[in-house]
Design a protein around this ligand. Structure first.
Ligand SMILES: [Zn+2]
Length: 341
């Protein structure tokens, strides 16, 4: 389904408070309790997305609430979570531990995204497109420490690449029609690394599923507990990133006051462009009028057929009441513009 001014989301959605509470000690629950909890969390995320009226929805990444349910929990060859060097003070990435590699990296049970998609399919009602999202190998490599076997970040990336590939193929086989491959580390480090090398890695990762599924990526400057990480400029990534073999590129514009907006015209020459018009880091809730005005600014550069609108990033770091209202207003604004066309 391809609608005009498609309304979409980046993968994550805030966890319900009870889920955060429960995940502090999952050992008190039985396996069926946990399975029920995972379903319930997804049902809550689906409810909010349905009531907003989005064209594309996700499971809100609601089941990645525990380390063992995250991608790293599926990898063999790791010694988990070395102690974080800084435990107090303002939030930043250095407060998260890195994982030591102690053997060849494998994922004998996959990376969990296929099961997530199957759960989403089972719980979702007919209507919106169901999108899966999975981090790419370069981003995943960021929390693994190099060793003799894998001497640097690129070597770890190469080891993870086939594991991500296998998961992408499995998602398509499971009936998934739209996948976002997230490589936020590529957008964050494009200014100091070789963006052409990034694109080569990215395209090699998605190669087996190109043409078999709608593919997208989200060029993100990071959202660590509401804080950005990268140099928030798109110019270092372009024109190289135009060569990514995706159907849709997403760029964050709202939190950057629509700086470099003309770039979406370049992107739209070869692919659809999803524009972040909702700021996930601000508790100012964009009004329907704001949304209408922002979409009209985008339409100065791209046709409505090429344009999708979304929040700047996943909503996991935004309180649920705000996330819900922001999505509702975004969809209402997109409808208003559609009707006026
Ligand atoms: Zn993001």
């Amino acid at each position: 389904m391809q609608s005009v001014i498609r309304t979409t989301v980046i993968g994550s959605y805030p966890f319900p408070g009870w889920l955060e509470y429960a995940s502090q000690d999952l050992s008190v629950f039985g396996t069926d309790d946990i399975a029920e909890m995972q379903d319930d969390a997804v049902i809550a995320a689906l409810h909010d997305q349905y009531s907003a009226g989005l064209d594309v929805i996700t499971d809100g990444e609601q089941t990645r609430f525990d380390f063992n349910l995250s991608f790293y929990g599926y990898l063999e060859g790791l010694k988990l979570e070395s102690e974080s060097p800084r435990r107090f003070g303002p939030p930043a990435h250095d407060q998260r531990g890195k994982h030591e590699i102690i053997a060849t990296l494998t994922a004998p049970r996959g990376l969990g995204a296929i099961e997530e998609f199957q759960r989403l399919k089972r719980l979702a009602a007919a209507g919106p497109v169901l999108k899966a999202s999975i981090p790419g190998p370069y981003t995943l490599s960021g929390r693994l420490l190099p060793n003799q076997q894998y001497p640097d970040r690129y070597a770890i990336t190469e080891a993870l690449l086939p594991l991500v590939q296998q998961e992408l193929v499995g998602l398509v086989e499971a009936g998934c029609t739209e996948i976002t491959i997230d490589e936020p580390s590529m957008s964050c480090y494009a200014w100091k690394e070789d963006p052409i090398r990034f694109v080569e890695i990215f395209n090699r990762t998605i190669e087996p599923v190109v043409g078999k599924c709608r593919l997208s990526t989200h060029l993100c400057f990071g959202n660590y507990k509401g804080r950005a990480v990268g140099k928030r400029e798109y110019s270092p990534m372009f024109p190289a990133f135009l060569e990514m073999k995706v159907d849709e590129l997403h760029v964050e514009m709202a939190s950057r006051e629509f700086s470099e907006l003309e770039l979406i015209g370049e992107i739209a020459k070869t692919k659809d462009v999803a524009v972040g018009i909702v700021d996930v880091k601000s508790y100012y809730v964009e009004s329907v009028e704001d949304i209408v005005e922002r979409i009209r600014r985008c339409l100065a550069y791209v046709t409505p057929e090429r344009l999708a609108v979304a929040p700047d990033c996943g909503l996991s770091q935004t309180a649920r009441w705000a996330a819900r209202q922001k999505l509702q207003n975004m969809v209402a604004g997109a409808r208003e513009v559609r009707e006026s066309l």
